[in-house]
Design a protein around this ligand. Structure first.
Ligand code: PLP
Length: 401
């Protein structure tokens, strides 16, 4: 008799895929008393539950069919209008027709990879960078190279030198998080923003500007996005695709992000999205739209920035007690502090000791396209309470031994 056991044949990228290193840490969260500095999760206490409840009640009461029925792939008109207005408040004048609502900004990145790239294309990311971007690019078969960064983000001088040595157009695309990067927290200076845009024009590549954290600034003054600046730099117009999200400022559970792209890219992303999810949940979109229309996000933002600023400050204070063993860069916004262990301490080994002490962080190796710095670590101050930050850092100190 034939063997009736099914044979699964997988696509090349999924023959032996590796999952997210950060998600691997989630199993330890169930350990009683665990304090986590690992995920980039918003503080649950900062969720604006009352206003979200009002928006949710209104959404279903006032527009039940719109909530429950399929909707246009581009997104709900009211939400697109509200997000366009939000972008204007952030200094970028955007046409509603260029804004696509996505199921989280992660989907925006996936759509862009689908429509803009072919397997084997060379792309650049920051060194270090956001792991889910790395994963998406790798699974799509891209050749991912990393560009050096420092405390001010991408080192545009080093990038200029590197690009000068490559054939024109060799790099198709650069993915970056210029404002409060994940994992470094770095914010790209104005001078470098302009230099990066000029490089994109000179070497003919597109920039994906991923900006989920820009609104969470608690120090320094605001900087225009690459999208806004692209209007001012000769040849840079139409070279920036901007991604953003309500995940970090409202709630990741809404799964609402957006993508702003020039028309030729936009229409292709809409078609790509049709085969992924047809449309982002209209119910969630309606809730998000009403929340924004009520002005609730604008009212909440100062408190969020202040709250995350206080947590960051508390973590930096605690870390000053660990400066003999850990060197850190203070961020001016976002959710992360990036550190390097001194004396060649290996972050993966440190993590095992930290887990025994009931504290979690992410070893930096997850964030590198190649040649990981094994002594780097990412700490998020966003989710734990101030007391947990104090206690977690005491435990981390004990893990250093
Ligand atoms: C840099 C960056 N981009 C995108 C995302 C995903 O955001 P969303 O929830 O909108 O998909 C994250 C989440 O951690 C992030 O850090």
């Amino acid at each position: 008799m034939n063997d009736l056991t099914p044979t699964y044949r997988f696509a090349p990228a999924f023959q032996a895929p590796t999952g997210s290193a950060i998600r691997e840490l989630f199993k330890y969260l169930a350990q009683p008393g665990m304090i986590s500095f690992a995920g980039g999760y918003p503080a649950t206490g900062f969720f604006d539950q009352a206003n979200l409840q009002l928006a949710a009640d209104r959404a279903l009461r006032e527009s039940p069919v719109d909530c429950l029925q399929y909707a246009a792939t581009e997104g709900l008109p009211l939400l697109r209008e509200q997000l366009t207005a939000l972008m204007a408040r952030r200094g970028a004048q955007v046409d509603v027709a260029d804004l696509l609502v996505t199921t989280g900004s992660q989907q925006g990145l996936d759509l862009l990879i689908k429509v803009l790239l072919s397997p084997g294309d060379q792309v650049l990311v920051e060194r270090p960078t956001y792991p889910a971007a790395l994963q998406a690019l790798r699974l799509a078969g891209m050749q991912v190279h990393s560009a050096a960064t420092d405390a001010q983000g991408l080192d545009t001088d080093a990038l200029a030198e590197r690009l000068a040595g490559l054939p024109h157009g060799a790099i198709r695309l650069l993915y970056c998080v210029p404002t409060f990067a994940n994992p470094t927290g770095a914010c790209l200076s104005l001078e470098r923003r302009l230099a990066l845009l000029a490089l994109a024009a000179r070497h003919d590549f597109l920039i994906i500007e991923d900006d989920p954290y820009g609104a969470l600034r608690f120090a320094g003054s605001e900087l225009p996005s690459l999208l806004a600046l692209s209007e001012q730099v000769e040849g840079a117009r139409g070279r920036v695709v901007h991604l953003s999200s309500l995940s970090k400022v409202v709630a990741p559970g809404l799964r609402i992000g957006w993508l702003i792209a020039p028309p030729a890219v936009f229409t292709r992303c809409v078609i790509a999205k049709q085969t992924v999810d047809l449309c982002t949940s209209p119910w969630a979109q309606r809730i998000g739209a009403l929340y924004l229309q009520e002005g609730a996000l604008e009212r909440a933002l100062p408190g969020l920035a202040q709250g995350y600023g206080a947590k960051c400050q508390r973590m930096l204070e605690g870390l000053s007690g660990l400066q003999e063993v850990l060197e850190v860069s203070p961020p001016a916004g976002g959710m992360f502090i990036w550190g390097r262990c001194r004396h060649g301490v290996d972050a993966a080994t440190l993590l095992q000791r930290a887990i025994k002490q009931n504290v979690l962080f992410v070893p930096g190796s997850a964030f590198y396209a190649q040649e990981a710095d094994a002594s780097s670590i990412r700490l998020s101050f966003a989710a734990p309470s101030l007391e947990q930050i104090d206690e977690g850092l005491l435990r981390l100190g004990r893990a250093f031994g």
